[in-house]
Write a protein that binds this ligand. Structure first.
Ligand SMILES: C[S@@+](CC[C@H](N)C(=O)[O-])C[C@H]1O[C@@H](n2cnc3c(N)ncnc32)[C@H](O)[C@@H]1O
Length: 366
């Protein structure tokens, strides 16, 4: 069965409409067929998009510096959705260099294909350290250490809601029989606004996203973590910007061969589908769960606070230094990843100084 047929069948079984979160889940995570489950390239030049660790090793080296305050005291690392495995190699390499290796580096990866890819990368780059890496398919109980999720929350299936005549309604997905494709369908009853705050906009057609799944994930993380630090790195913004009156079409984006579109109903299973993170929703849920919200800043200021420039200064080879300088620009320039990406730090039973927020801490903006 092809992915479109599986989705159409589910729509039929649900009286003609499924939530957009259900559609997104099918499109990204159906075993063997979904975008993150079918073994296609995804990351890098030959894929559809490039993430920060794919851009430069310095991203992982800076993260390692932040992790070292916990790992040097016996904490482990748990990375969610580890992509090609490149971030794990960067972090382990730098922690080995500064003598702060964790006993275990766990990777929670649901895709068998990506697990294999991560194993291959780590074996090739760090054969001596691969034994420290352990793959999981569910949250471990009693984890103590650092949890890292780079561009993971944005890949969790989100709901879409649209304002019409006095209320927000959930946008579902149905079948457009005439055009043999999928189409948006507005549900007949208002969306329950008690779940998460909705925009104040009264503009007809104003559309935004709500990511209940990422909030449930925060709850389960809190309940399975014994103590430690959580670093969530993603593109997103506080609620005031997320619900800005001019953001009338929300934040849904699709990526296919490095081209962005807002149509999730094409290239199904072959394109990425994402929504930006509403960091206020995440921080509020984290507080409700019991976490302390320890820091929030732009990716640029996080990397600068952790001394990304020092790696440039110690590089003696001019050609290599020039290459690194270009990579740093990509990571920290506002026009590239520097300001659209943010870092949110949560702690549980852990009071350590977090150097990543030395230069900027915008927790009060959330
Ligand atoms: C955009 S990719 C980011 C990959 C990698 N972290 C990087 O920065 O290159 C998103 C990843 O998050 C994973 N993911 C989404 N939800 C997840 C969950 N609940 N648990 C673990 N991984 C998840 C996806 O399977 C996918 O591999």
């Amino acid at each position: 069965m092809i992915l479109e047929d599986i989705i159409a069948q589910s729509i039929q079984d649900n009286n003609g409409s499924i939530g957009f979160d259900v559609f997104m889940d099918f499109a990204l995570y159906t075993p063997n067929l979904g975008y993150y489950r079918n073994g296609d390239p995804i990351f890098g030049e030959h894929g559809d998009f490039i993430t920060a660790p794919e851009t430069s090793d310095l991203f992982g080296y800076c993260l390692a510096r932040q992790c070292s305050v916990i790992t040097s005291d016996g904490g482990d690392i748990l990375e969610f959705g580890a992509g090609t495995g490149i971030l794990a190699t960067q972090i382990l390499f730098e922690l080995a260099r500064i003598d702060s290796l964790p006993v275990k580096y766990f990777i929670l990866e649901l895709s068998g294909q990506l697990q294999q890819r991560q194993k291959d990368t780590i074996k090739k780059v760090l054969p001596d350290l691969v034994d420290r890496v352990e793959w999981l398919t569910e949250l471990p109980s009693d984890f103590s250490g650092v949890v890292i999720a780079n561009e993971v929350l944005d890949a969790m299936p989100a709901k879409r809601v649209r304002y019409s005549k006095g209320d927000f309604f959930e946008l579902g997905v149905g079948v457009d029989v005439d055009n043999n494709s999928f189409e948006w369908q507005m549900q007949g009853f208002p969306y329950d606004s008690s779940l998460t705050p909705l925009p104040n906009s009264r503009v007809e057609g104003y559309t935004t996203e709500v990511n209940q799944q990422s909030l449930a994930w925060i709850d389960s993380l809190y309940s399975t973590m014994k103590s430690g630090l959580v670093l969530l790195i993603d593109y997103g913004m506080p609620r005031s910007e997320y619900h800005h009156e001019q953001r009338v079409d929300g934040t849904l984006r699709c990526y296919y061969q490095h081209k962005a579109s807002d149509n999730p109903f094409e290239n199904i299973g072959r394109q990425d589908i994402t929504t930006s993170v509403n960091f206020s929703d995440v921080a509020e849920r984290a507080l409700e769960s019991g976490f302390t919200v320890a820091g929030y800043c732009t990716q640029a200021m996080f990397l600068i606070s952790l001394g990304i420039d020092e790696y440039l200064l110690v590089e003696k080879d001019p050609i290599r230094r020039n290459t690194l300088a270009q990579q740093v620009k990509q990571l920290i320039m506002p026009s590239a990843m520097g300001e659209s990406f943010k870092v949110l730090a949560l702690t549980k039973k852990q009071s350590v100084k977090l150097d990543g927020f030395k230069e900027q801490n915008l927790v009060n903006k959330l």
